[in-house]
Design a protein around this ligand. Structure first.
Ligand code: FES
Ligand code: MG
Length: 601
C-alpha cells in the first residue's frame, strides 16, 4: 500500500490485509509442532496466547545500554516508556541486548566492535519473531551498528537516541566531552595544571547520564540518523535527563507499531536523497570526520551508491551553522533549546539544500516535518547567510600517499593558517618535512625526542592505525606537538594518517587515509625526512620523490613482506581483519554487503 497513509491507528491486521512476520512463528496451523515450540517458552513469563496469536505486532527494543556502556545506560530506564508506547498501540514489546560498545572503555578500539554488534543484531532481527524494532542509540558506534543491521534485514525500524549529557561546567566555563581533554592535556603537558586538576576538569564535562555533549561522533551520528529520516523530528538533540526524552521514547514506541501496519521499512527511508540530506546537515552542524565512514557503511548495507568523494561534492560548500564545541562554543543543551536538527534542516530548506520529499519514520516528508522551524537562538544556530564559517564540509584529498583521505577544513585556526597557508603565490598549499610514527605507542615514546628535529613547520604522520593496522582504526591522528613547542605557543602541526580522530577534536587533520599502510597504501613508503606537499586547492597530497624512487621503495618493502601490522589478540580481531573493507568503503565486512533486505515476510 501507499506509505504513511494509515489512519486507523492500532487497528488489527485483517483491516490491513497484512500477515505479520511474527505469525510465521506464533500462529502457523500448518505446522502445529513448531508453532507450539516457538510459542510455549515465551508464555512462561506471563504472556498470554492472546497476545502472541491474535496478530498483535511484536516489537523489538534493541537495548544498547548496560553497566559496560554508560553513555547508553539510561536506555534501560527509557525502555519503560518505549514499552508503554508500544502497548498503547496494541503491540507487544520484546526487549533484548545488543553487544555493548563503549567508545572510551573498549580496548583496543570501540570501532572494532561496530561490525560485531552489527552482525549480532542482524541475526536477532532475522532469526526471531519481530515485526519491527526500536533501535536505542547514543555512544558513537552504537548508532551506525544498529542502523546498518536494520538496513540489512529491512524490517520497520525507528531510532530512539539517548540524548546528550547536560552541559559540563568548571570554574564558570562550559566543559565539553572530549574537547576538554584535548585542551587540558596541553595545559598538563605545559605544567600549568597537575594530575588531580586534570582528572577533575575532565570529570566535570560528564555531569549526568547521556552521550557526549559536544558535537562529537555521538551527537553527530544521532543528528544524522534524524537527518536521514530514521527518528522522530527533534529526537536527536533532547538532553538525556530532560522530561522530553522520556516523552519522545513513548512517542517512538507508539509510532513503530503504526510503521509495522504501514510496512514502512528502512529501504523506503534510506534513499540517495536521504544520504545527501545527511551529508549537508553534517557540514552545517560541524559534524565528526567519523561520519563518512559510518554513513558509507549504512549506504552499502541498504544498497544505495555513495562514495567518499560525494562528501566533498555534496557537502563541502555548505556553511557551518551550529555553534557547538569543538568547532564553536556551546553544548548540547543550547543546541536543543535553539531547535536542534529541525532548525538546521529548516535553514538548509530555505536555500534549497534539502531534498524535501525524502520520507521519514513518521510517515511525513523532511519538508513537512521541518520547513519553517527556524532557530530560536541565532547565537547557537546561525542563519545560512551569516554562518560561523563558509564551506564547512570536508574535502577529499588524493595523491601518492593514499587514494583518498578526508580533511575538515572548517577547524583550521588563524594561527595555523598564518604558519602554513600564507604564501601569497601558493595560498592554499604547504610543503614540509615529514616525521613518521608507526602507531600510537611509537608516537607516545618518541614525540618529545629532540633528535627528530620537530619544529613549527614539521608535518606529523602516523600509520599502522587503520582498520587492519590497529583493529577498527584508532582515533589517534590528532597528534599533539612536542611539549617544547606547546610551551612556545604552537598548538597544532599538520597531522596526516591512516587512522581516525575523535569527533570531539578540533584538529584540521588529514585522516581516514585509504588504503592504509597495512593494506598497501602509499603511507607505508614514506620516510622521516621526506618532503611532502599538501594542496587544498587541487586536493592533492604527495611525497615529493620521483615515481622511480617510489616504485623502488615499494619493491623493497614487498621484498621484506610488506608493512607489518601487530598480531591479532582476539578471535574477532583476526576474523574482522580477514574480511574488512577500508575506511572509504565504510569499513564494512565485505561478505556482508550482498545480504540486502533479507527479512522473511
Ligand atoms: Fe560515549 Fe562520547 S564516549 S558518547
Ligand atoms: Mg570517538
Amino acid at each position: 500500500g501507499k506509505k504513511g497513509t494509515i489512519e486507523h491507528k492500532g487497528d488489527q491486521p485483517e483491516k490491513h490485509g497484512l500477515k505479520l512476520r511474527s505469525q510465521l512463528w506464533f500462529d502457523n496451523p500448518d505446522n502445529p509442532g513448531m508453532t507450539a515450540l516457538y510459542l510455549e517458552r515465551y508464555l512462561n513469563f506471563g504472556l498470554t496466547r492472546e497476545e502472541l496469536q491474535s496478530g498483535k505486532p511484536i516489537i523489538g527494543i534493541a537495548q544498547t545500554g548496560s553497566d559496560l556502556s554508560p553513555c547508553n545506560r539510561h536506555h534501560l530506564d527509557l525502555a519503560h516508556r518505549v514499552r508503554a508506547g508500544i502497548e498503547a498501540m496494541g503491540g507487544v514489546p520484546f526487549e533484548f541486548p545488543v553487544h555493548p560498545i563503549q567508545e572510551t572503555g573498549k580496548r583496543p578500539t570501540a570501532a572494532l566492535d561496530r561490525n560485531l554488534a552489527y552482525l549480532g543484531l542482524v541475526e536477532i532481527l532475522y532469526g526471531y519473531p519481530l515485526d519491527g524494532v526500536v533501535l536505542t542509540t547514543g555512544c558513537d558506534k552504537t548508532t551506525p551498528a544498529c542502523i546498518m543491521a536494520a538496513a540489512t534485514v529491512n524490517i520497520p525500524a525507528i531510532v530512539l537516541s539517548g540524548g546528550p549529557m547536560l552541559n559540563g561546567w568548571w570554574k564558570g566555563e562550559r566543559t565539553g566531552s572530549g574537547t576538554v581533554v584535548w585542551k587540558n592535556r596541553e595545559r598538563f603537558a605545559a605544567g600549568e595544571i597537575d594530575y588531580d586538576e586534570f582528572m577533575n576538569v575532565v570529570a566535570s564535562s560528564a555531569p549526568s547520564v547521556g552521550h557526549c555533549n559536544t558535537m562529537g561522533t555521538a551527537s553527530t551520528m544521532n543528528a544524522l540518523a534524524e537527518a536521514l529520516g530514521m527518528s522522530l523530528p527533534g529526537c536527536a538533540a533532547i538532553p538525556a535527563p530532560y522530561r522530553e526524552r522520556g516523552q519522545i521514547a513513548y512517542e517512538t514506541g507508539k509510532r513503530i507499531v503504526d510503521m509495522v501496519w504501514e510496512d514502512l521499512k528502512p529501504s523506503d527511508i534510506l534513499t540517495r536523497e536521504a544520504f545527501e540530506n545527511a551529508i549537508r546537515v553534517n557540514s552545517a552542524i560541524g559534524g565528526s570526520t567519523n561520519a563518512p565512514i559510518h554513513l558509507n557503511a549504512i549506504a552499502r548495507h541498504v544498497g544505495v551508491p555513495l562514495s567518499v568523494d560525494d562528501w566533498q561534492s555534496v557537502g563541502h560548500k555548505i556553511p557551518l551553522l551550529v555553534n557547538l564545541q569543538p568547532a564553536g562554543e556551546y553544548l548540547g543543551e543550547e543546541f536543543h533549546r535553539a531547535g536542534g536538527v529541525p532548525a538546521v534542516v529548516a535553514e538548509l530548506i530555505e536555500k534549497g539544500k534539502i531534498h524535501e520529499g525524502a520520507l521519514t519514520v513518521n510517515g511525513r516528508t523532511m519538508g513537512e516535518n521541518c520547513k519553517g522551524k527556524l532557530s530560536w537562538d541565532r547565537e547557537v544556530i546561525k542563519a545560512y547567510d551569516a554562518p560561523l564559517k563558509e564551506d564547512a564540509g570536508f574535502i577529499v584529498l588524493h595523491g601518492n600517499l593514499f587514494d583518498n583521505a578526508v580533511m575538515k577544513t572548517s577547524v583550521i585556526s588563524e594561527e595555523f593558517r598564518a604558519r602554513f597557508l600564507s604564501n601569497p603565490n601558493d595560498p592554499e598549499a604547504f610543503e614540509g618535512r615529514a616525521v613518521v610514527f608507526d602507531g600510537p605507542e611509537d608516537y607516545h615514546h618518541r614525540i618529545d625526542d629532540p633528535s627528530l628535529g620537530i619544529d613549527e613547520y614539521t608535518l606529523l604522520f602516523i600509520r599502522g592505525t587503520g582498520p587492519l593496522g590497529y583493529p577498527g582504526g584508532a582515533e589517534v591522528v590528532n597528534m599533539q606537538p612536542p611539549a617544547a613547542l606547546i610551551k612556545k605557543g604552537i598548538h597544532a602541526l599538520p597531522c596526516i594518517g591512516d587512522g581516525r580522530q575523535s569527533g570531539t577534536s578540533g584538529s584540521p587533520s588529514i585522516l581516514n587515509a585509504s588504503p592504509e599502510a597495512a593494506a598497501g597504501g602509499g603511507l607505508a613508503l614514506l620516510k622521516t625526512g621526506d618532503r611532502v606537499r599538501i594542496d587544498l586547492n587541487t586536493c592533492t597530497a604527495d611525497i615529493l620523490i620521483s615515481p622511480e624512487e617510489l616504485a623502488q621503495r615499494r619493491a623493497d618493502l614487498q621484498g621484506h613482506g610488506g608493512y607489518k601490522a601487530p598480531e591479532s589478540q582476539t578471535p574477532w580481531q583476526e576474523i574482522q581483519r580477514s574480511m574488512v573493507a577500508q575506511f572509504d568503503e565504510g569499513m564494512v565486512l565485505k561478505p556482508a554487503v550482498k545480504y540486502q533486505h533479507i527479512a522473511q515476510t
